[in-house]
Design a protein around this ligand. Structure first.
Ligand SMILES: [Zn+2]
Length: 350
């Protein structure tokens, strides 16, 4: 009797005759449509799950290429467990370690003396590793050559020991959530074959992701607050004293042009707009840009623009308003990407 099929993502897509893992409907566990952010992402945490029945009926036409020869012989969703080796060991664990070693986020990246202290502790464990393990721990500097089995050992066994009192508490607890989720799953391998085990693991994993998200969001919010504060300190204005002459949202091209002229000619008007927009905020840079655009322009007016002014549309990138918004929402490149995405959406609506 076949218990389950363990495949990596490309093999699974091939066997199941479905969209590949980087396609818009490529998740074989849920029905969400992916979001393209220089790579395919599936940000939704509580999307509708796929079922064996739905798969057999091919009810999500965007998910299937053609009927799989295995349909009707095995359960096409529950008997295809998630590819643990690639996802958890080779990707998530390695990524976490790389975040600590050379990540861009300074709140998470650790100084080199901490990294070498962790390595020293790993090496000290070597004589105590039982022969059931295929390999003994190596230094973190060799991370690019670590095999999946070494990453697994770190993720479940050695990581919680060597990281305790080495990493800052918040970062350590974030790792611990992941480690506990995976060790719970791997101690009950029979559960992994049915989706009960998986859903417990997923529940804990989504907690890890949510935590990462909220840490990021906090940093973004703090950044924009600091930026708004420093701007106010450089050029103090009292918006309550004299309200801006620009009324938002702008709904016609005439209003838009008047507002542009006002901001260009009177720095104080531009400063008032910056103050107004910096109060808007958002959990992510994308959300902040979206909210700023929504409160700045009506949908009808926004449809007349795109980023670079291609086709018959006006360019948004050279306007004072875009300058105001992206001054608030840096890193600029990221914000511009987001605004590009926001405009693409309005184009689809139109
Ligand atoms: Zn999914």
């Amino acid at each position: 009797m076949v218990c389950s099929f363990i495949c990596d993502a490309p093999a699974r897509a091939f066997v199941k005759q479905m969209k590949s893992h980087n396609g818009y409907s490529g998740c074989d566990k849920c029905t969400q449509v992916g979001v393209w952010r220089n790579k395919m992402t599936y940000p939704e945490m509580n999307a509708t799950l796929r079922s064996d029945e739905d798969f057999a009926l091919m009810s999500d036409t965007d998910h299937h290429l053609q009927p799989s020869p295995l349909t009707g012989i095995v359960q096409m969703v529950t008997q295809f467990p998630i590819d643990y080796m690639h996802l958890c060991c080779l990707v998530v664990t390695r990524k976490l370690i790389l975040f600590w070693m050379k990540g861009k986020n300074l709140a998470i990246r650790q100084p080199s003396h901490i990294i070498s202290a962790i390595s020293t502790k790993l090496i000290a464990l070597r004589p105590h590793i039982p022969s059931e393990f295929a390999r003994k721990p190596r230094e973190l500097t060799e991370i690019d050559r670590w095999k999946a089995t070494e990453l697994r050992q770190f993720m479940i066994y050695s990581g919680p020991v060597v990281l305790k009192h080495s990493l800052p508490e918040e970062v350590f607890e974030n790792f611990l959530l992941f480690s506990v989720a995976l060790s719970t799953g791997s101690q009950t391998p029979e559960l992994l074959n049915i989706d009960m085990g998986i859903s417990k693991v997923l529940e804990l994993l989504s907690k890890v992701l949510e935590e990462n998200k909220s840490i990021k969001a906090e940093i973004t919010n703090l950044r924009s607050e600091v930026r708004a504060l420093s701007r106010e300190m450089v050029r103090p204005v009292a918006p309550e004293a004299s309200p801006s002459s620009i009324k938002l949202p702008l709904s016609t091209m005439e209003e838009f042009k008047l507002a542009e002229a006002a901001m260009r000619e009177t720095p104080c008007e531009k400063q008032k707009m910056i103050t107004t927009f910096s109060l808007i905020g958002g959990h992510t840079a994308e959300e902040a840009v979206r909210r700023m655009l929504q409160s700045g322009l009506t949908n009808n007016l926004a449809r007349r623009f795109n980023w670079a002014g291609k086709g018959f549309k006006d360019a948004f990138k050279n306007t004072v308003l875009s300058d105001v918004m992206f001054g608030i929402c840096t890193p600029k490149t990221a914000a511009r990407d987001h605004s590009y995405g926001v405009f693409r959406d309005t184009e689809e609506v139109a």
